[in-house]
Design a protein around this ligand. Structure first.
Ligand SMILES: C[S@@+](CC[C@H](N)C(=O)[O-])C[C@H]1O[C@@H](n2cnc3c(N)ncnc32)[C@H](O)[C@@H]1O
Length: 166
């Protein structure tokens, strides 16, 4: 959820190379960032992956609403739409829920939105989010997720990992 600068997508690509996993990465975004701005962030340099700069650019320049083979083991499908309208033919194993926080976009942290997301997830699949608010945990539990609170990344005390049980 939220293609943004493609940081999640790029890090998943880098990690999938290390672990030799095949990935089909779906992402939805309703307000794509200009390429110039994204390139100025120099993520490939910051992540010590300067030799992967062309892949980072390709993540951004690939067509929207089409499946693109970025490499033989990494496919990307960027959906240009609002998360409220999300549907997928596939079901996914893992969701990075990376919307802006509840204080900024309260409408993206509701039971309705998490039901839409749950509908595209496989049984036993995982949703992770940097947000660890009690209300978000309660919503996920009501939707039949087993919710764990994990230590967060630098600057965040806690995060949520939730497993869909049905
Ligand atoms: C916190 S940022 C995500 C950053 C991104 N994961 C990255 O790696 O840079 C949230 C993203 O969600 C997008 N967004 C906000 N509301 C949305 C909506 N209703 N539907 C789809 N995307 C949305 C924003 O444009 C923004 O790019």
């Amino acid at each position: 959820m939220g293609f943004g600068t493609a940081l999640n997508a790029f890090m998943t690509y880098l990690e999938s190379k290390k672990t030799s996993q095949n990935v089909r990465y779906y992402t939805i975004e309703n307000n794509p960032l200009p390429l110039k701005l994204v390139e100025s962030l120099e993520y490939p340099d910051i992540l010590n992956a300067r030799n992967e700069g062309s892949i980072f650019s390709l993540l951004h320049t690939s067509e929207w609403n089409a499946l693109t083979t970025i490499t033989p083991t990494f496919e990307l499908f960027k959906i240009s739409d609002d998360i409220q309208k999300l549907t997928l033919d596939d079901k996914v194993d893992l969701v990075y829920y990376d919307a802006f926080g509840p204080r900024v976009q309260a409408d993206l942290w509701t039971e309705r939105i998490f039901s839409i997301i749950s509908a595209v997830m496989k049984p036993e699949s995982i949703l992770v989010t940097y947000c660890a608010k009690g209300e978000v945990k309660r919503i996920l539990k009501r939707l039949d997720f087993v919710v764990e609170t994990l230590p967060g990344p630098p600057g965040k005390r806690e995060m949520i990992r939730a497993k869909k049980i049905k």
